[in-house]
Design a protein around this ligand. Structure first.
Ligand code: NAG
Length: 352
């Protein structure tokens, strides 16, 4: 009898897995024809090397509060690590750092980097469209998923400059919350920086498998979120209830996605993002019934909120169990394949 509740839990978890499917698909179709079509917005306008940034007193100066400059950090990171991912696929397609860059592109194109308090024109089409607002929750969390992996790469020697040769400009306010160079980020986030360094150490090793690298990447990613989500919770007051709720849901669900070690390659990430809300949520938006969202976007959002609900009903016991279930590569692979299969049912077409 004792095994029945366990079995029920398994069934429950697999039904969440069905729900998560919004994310994953392998149907590449015509997209594989031109990978550059999948690059994030304004990729061509973003610097791809340090020499395209300003230099003062022997230091490169990057302003991460301007979209192309922040995206340029990802571009340099992807370029400099390309040689280590060649063994997995041509054209850097299987570089798992694409996930972060594409995520940032989605934030930009959906208006999530703009000033949510609307006190400034930062990030708005009518004002300063490339500006990244320090009041944006998405922008703040992303700062640490950009600055820390970037500076750790500098520290690891991958970027071809020394640790004291680059500095990030602070935002116009709350400057104390944001570390700006290798040494300040190491003293504010010692464990996180160490985890990113560990990731790069394995990236550089010829013996690392693709799955090894994914594990180190997700480990560094979740540790980063652990350290930064709390200090920025107060930013949620600027948002509609629907969007703030989505931000909270996202913070919980990313842990489930991390345990699944989703391969954040260019193609997979692009597919995954088709399920994400294509604009900011406004009050009255209620998945799965949002009329201007595709079926996949509605199901994805609905699925995420269900996961969050079960997570809170079970006092996050469900996460513990999910992590245990997803411990082996076989289980993760089966879960992913299952999701991909069901995904085909939800074509990312917009309603007419
Ligand atoms: C790092 O930033 C801090 C704070 O702005 C500064 O005091 C320090 O000199 C910088 N270190 C380097 C190596 O640039």
């Amino acid at each position: 009898m004792a095994s029945i509740p366990g079995f029920g839990m398994m069934a429950l978890l697999s039904s969440w897995a069905c729900i998560l499917i919004g994310c994953f698909s392998v149907s590449l179709g015509e997209e594989a024809a031109s990978l550059s079509a999948l690059y994030p917005p304004l990729w061509d306008r973003s610097p791809g090397q340090f020499s395209e940034y300003r230099m003062e007193n022997g230091k490169y100066i990057i302003n991460p509060w301007i979209y192309p400059e922040r995206m340029g950090m990802y571009k340099m990171l992807l370029t400099q690590t390309a040689r280590y991912f060649e063994k997995f696929a041509p054209e850097n397609e299987k570089n798992i750092l694409w996930g972060l860059a594409l995520q940032h592109g989605w934030q930009y194109s959906t208006g999530r980097l703009a000033d949510p308090s609307q006190r400034t024109d930062c990030g708005y089409e009518s004002g300063d469209p490339l500006c990244i607002s320090v009041d944006s929750w998405w922008a703040d969390i992303n700062y640490f998923l950009c600055a820390l992996p970037f500076l750790a790469a500098v520290d690891s020697g991958i970027m071809g400059i020394s640790s004291d040769q680059v500095i990030l400009l602070p935002p116009p306010k709350d400057q104390m919350k944001f570390c700006v160079n290798v040494s300040t980020c190491q003293s504010s986030f010692p464990t996180v920086m160490r985890k990113w360094n560990t990731f790069y150490k394995h990236v550089q090793s010829p013996y690392s498998s693709f799955e090894d690298l994914l594990r180190y990447l997700w480990d560094a990613h979740t540790k980063t979120l652990h350290d930064v989500l709390k200090p920025f919770e107060h930013r949620l007051v600027y948002y509609s209830k629907a969007e703030a709720d989505f931000e909270r849901i996202w913070s919980v669900c990313v842990e489930y996605i991390a345990a699944l070690q989703v391969p954040t390659t260019l193609i997979k990430m692009h597919e995954l993002q088709k399920g994400l809300p294509p604009r900011m949520l406004v009050n009255g938006d209620s998945a799965p019934f949002i009329s201007d969202f595709s079926e996949r976007q509605n199901m994805f959002l609905f699925g995420l909120s269900l996961i969050r609900d079960v997570n809170s009903w079970t006092g996050s016991l469900s996460l513990t169990i999910w992590k245990i279930l997803m411990k082996t590569q076989i289980a993760r692979q089966q879960a992913l394949e299952f999701l991909e299969m069901i995904l085909e049912k939800f074509n990312p077409t917009l309603p007419e």
